[in-house]
Design a protein around this ligand. Structure first.
Ligand code: FE2
Length: 379
């Protein structure tokens, strides 16, 4: 049997959360997604509940434990809070991709298995990433129904009124790891999945006067998957990556960037749906207007009104904005991104403004100084 890593693109992301029903409502109401699949007691699964949501090519599953004995979910949420448990890539052949990865050192989580019903079958296998995260290989060529054969249609039609957000699909997924782990995980992707490192942000490239980080971006051979990996770097105060590692209790997924073709409309709709974003100071837009090299199709007044960031690249530009953490802990957040021309980057020119904004929120949470400020009330 041959092995090969033929990746077609991102497939789904699954979050483990405290209450799947309520989080699914948030994805529908705030992100403008549609609840199209369900798994739970009504489908014969007694210990957990999952909702499957879609918007164009964006596929998200949210899962919660119904009983503490469902420990893979309940234990994950107790330790990490709501977070991304696994992300999937669609491959030509699950068995072949799994053999490719595991024979090159990937840690096995689940061997290739088949989910079947009257509509056909879906194959999946998974390897480990970071502390408690998984990377799934999936193929659904022989299936033409909802998500996966263990899911069914929701039992009742749920009509949620919200503005159309125009989300298209996943652009990139970012991991946060501990000091000295970035090179280990970059090598893991490169050795076990045939990826290559194509961006290497060194000390001094990314940082404010208070905090800093290192970042490497690995990508699949045809660049359909791009995966930045961050680790904290020494600074005067606690970096956002250190805060994440402390609050998440380990390494994991920091953010997922979702593509849109019209970011001004997307951010306006998301704000109207109730989503919270990082603030960008007005001086940032004064700087944008003064840049003679910057030729963009969008009106800078519209970008300023929605606090959207802009970064020029050699043959194009990107527009992006980041949400505040979406859950209770200051861990996971979303990015929305519009690429124009041959944009391949991640907004390096925006890091300064972005990190200063994150540091303001970190300070409010009492997580910027290395020593906690003031007495924490007992709970
Ligand atoms: Fe990003």
């Amino acid at each position: 049997m041959s092995d090969s890593m033929d990746i077609r693109g991102y497939d789904y992301v699954e979050f483990y959360v405290g209450s799947a029903k309520m989080v699914a409502y948030w994805y529908a109401k705030a992100m403008g997604m549609e609840i199209t699949g369900y798994l739970g007691p009504e489908t014969g699964v007694r210990d957990r509940m999952s909702y499957y949501l879609t918007k164009n090519n964006l596929k998200i599953v949210v899962t919660s434990a119904l009983q503490p004995e469902c420990y893979d979910v309940a234990g994950f949420v107790a330790k990490h809070g709501d977070g991304a448990k696994r992300w999937a890539v669609e491959v030509d052949d699950v068995g072949s991709a799994f053999r490719y990865a595991t024979t090159r050192g990937a840690v096995m989580v689940s061997k290739p298995r088949r989910f079947e019903n009257d509509h056909g079958y879906v194959e999946e296998a998974a390897i480990r990433l970071y502390d408690d995260t998984e990377l799934v290989f999936i193929n659904r060529d022989h299936y033409d129904y909802i998500f996966r054969p263990d899911f069914c249609k929701p039992h009742q039609q749920i009509n949620i009124v919200c503005e159309d957000t125009g989300l298209i699909g996943i652009d990139h997924i970012v991991g946060n790891v501990r000091e000295n782990e970035m090179n280990v995980w970059a090598a893991y992707f490169n050795q076990t999945m045939g990826f290559e490192t194509f961006v290497d942000f060194k000390a001094g490239d990314i940082g404010t006067k208070y905090s800093a980080l290192l970042s490497k971006v690995v990508r699949s051979k045809d660049s359909v998957i791009r995966n930045p990996i961050n680790e904290p770097f020494e600074g005067l105060k606690k970096s956002q990556i250190e805060e994440y590692i402390e609050q998440y209790r380990g390494s994991g997924i920091q953010h997922i960037a979702i593509a849109t073709r019209d970011i001004v409309s997307t951010i306006r709709a998301l704000r109207n749906n109730g989503m919270e974003f990082l603030r960008v100071p007005d001086t940032y837009y004064d700087m944008l207007r003064s840049r003679k090299d910057l030729k963009i199709n969008e009106n800078i007044d519209d970008l300023q009104e929605q606090h959207i960031l802009c970064d020029k690249e050699s043959n194009g530009y990107l527009l992006q904005l980041f949400t505040k953490p979406i859950g209770d802990r200051p861990t996971f957040f979303f990015e929305f991104i519009q690429r124009t021309g041959d944009s391949q980057g991640f907004g390096k020119g925006n890091f300064q403004a972005l990190f200063e904004s994150i540091e303001l929120d970190q300070k409010l949470r009492g997580n910027l100084d290395r020593e906690p400020q003031g007495e924490m009330p007992a709970c």
